[in-house]
Design a protein around this ligand. Structure first.
Ligand code: IPE
Ligand code: IPE
Ligand code: MG
Length: 259
C-alpha cells in the first residue's frame, strides 16, 4: 500500500496541526529536526514468538506512518537510525534480512516519497554495502535530490564516530591543499563536512524500547537536543506516542547554556 496519498507537493506550515486526521495534539512548538533510534524489533519478535526478521519487517510497517506524520506536520528534517556500523556483528541471517528490507522498503515507497517532495539522504558509508543496496540507495538519493520538502535522512552503515573521522579527513585534505587555514576551522566547518551538512541540528532525539543510550548516533548533531525514551518497542511506536513525544518537547525549557 502506498504510504502517501496522491501527488501533493504542497506542504503544511511548520507548527500547524497535523492534517493527517489521526492527530488531535496541539503543538506549542515543533522541532526542526527529529532523530529516531528505532530500537526494540528483536524484543518485539521475541514477545510475539516470531523470528527476528519478522520483527524488523513489522518495524518498517510502522516507519511509513511515522514518516507520513512527520511530513504532515511540516517538520523539516527526520533522521532514522536503520543500521549501525556495529550491527554487522549480528548473525548473518539477521544482517541479510535487514539488507533485504532496505531493498523492499525503497521498492515500495520511493514513488510516493518522491511524489510527496521528500528529499532522501543516506547517512553512512554506502561503499561497504552489497551492490544492489548501494545502487538502490544512490538511485533514491539522486531521484529525490531536487525535492524541497521533508529532509528524510536514513542512517545505514552509519556511525557517529566514523562520520566525525570522515569529516576530519575531508577537512585535513583541504588544509593540505592550501584551501583552508587550520585557524579558520570552526564548529561550523565541522558541521559542514558531516553527512547532515546544511541541515538544522537535532532538536529532539527519540529512542524507543526504553534503552537510554546513543549507540553512536549523530554524536555531533545532538549536542543540544532534547532526549526522550519511550518504553514502547519500535513496532509498537504509534503516531499517538510520537505526538506525545512532540508535545513533551514543546514543554521543555531549552536554555542552551543561557540564563
Ligand atoms: C532495532 O531493533 C533495529 C536494528 C538495530 C536494525 P533491535 O533488533 O536492536 O531490537 P532489540 O534491541 O534486539 O529488541
Ligand atoms: C542502535 O540500536 C542501532 C539502530 C537502531 C539501527 P542497537 O540495538 O544496535 O544498539 P545497542 O546495541 O543496544 O546499543
Ligand atoms: Mg537494539
Amino acid at each position: 500500500m502506498p504510504i502517501f496519498g496522491k501527488a501533493d507537493k504542497n506542504r503544511t506550515i511548520p507548527g500547524k496541526k497535523s492534517t493527517a486526521g489521526k492527530s488531535s495534539a496541539d503543538f506549542a512548538r515543533l522541532p526542526r529536526h527529529v532523530a529516531i533510534i528505532m530500537d526494540g524489533n528483536g524484543r518485539w519478535a521475541k514477545r510475539h514468538k516470531l523470528a527476528i526478521a519478522k520483527g524488523h519487517r513489522q518495524g518498517t510497517e510502522n516507519l511509513r506512518e511515522i514518516i507520513r506524520h512527520t511530513d504532515d506536520l511540516g517538520i523539516p528534517a527526520l533522521s532514522l537510525y536503520a543500521f549501525s556500523t556495529e550491527n554487522w556483528s549480528r548473525p548473518r541471517e539477521e544482517v541479510e534480512a535487514l539488507m533485504q528490507l532496505i531493498l523492499d522498503f525503497f521498492a515500495s515507497e520511493i514513488d510516493e516519497l518522491d511524489a510527496k517532495n521528500v528529499r532522501i539522504l543516506i547517512l553512512g558509508d554506502k561503499s561497504r554495502l552489497p551492490e544492489a543496496q548501494r545502487l538502490t540507495l544512490i538511485e533514491a538519493e539522486e531521484r529525490t535530490s531536487g525535492n524541497t520538502g521533508l529532509r528524510l535522512n536514513i542512517a545505514i552503515n552509519y556511525g557517529g564516530r566514523d562520520e566525525i573521522a570522515r569529516a576530519s579527513r575531508e577537512i585535513a585534505k583541504k588544509v593540505a591543499r592550501g584551501e583552508l587555514l587550520p585557524e579558520a576551522i570552526t564548529e561550523q566547518t565541522v558541521a559542514d563536512h558531516l553527512y547532515t551538512a546544511g541541515q538544522p541540528d537535532v532538536d529532539l532525539l527519540i529512542r524507543t524500547s526504553g534503552e537510554k543510550r546513543l549507540s553512536n548516533f549523530l554524536l555531533f548533531q545532538v549536542a543540544y537536543a532534547e532526549f526522550t525514551f519511550p518504553k514502547a518497542l519500535w513496532p509498537d511506536f504509534s503516531v499517538k506516542l510520537y505526538d506525545e513525544a512532540l508535545t513533551d518537547f514543546g514543554a521543555r525549557d531549552r536554555r542552551f547554556g543561557g540564563r
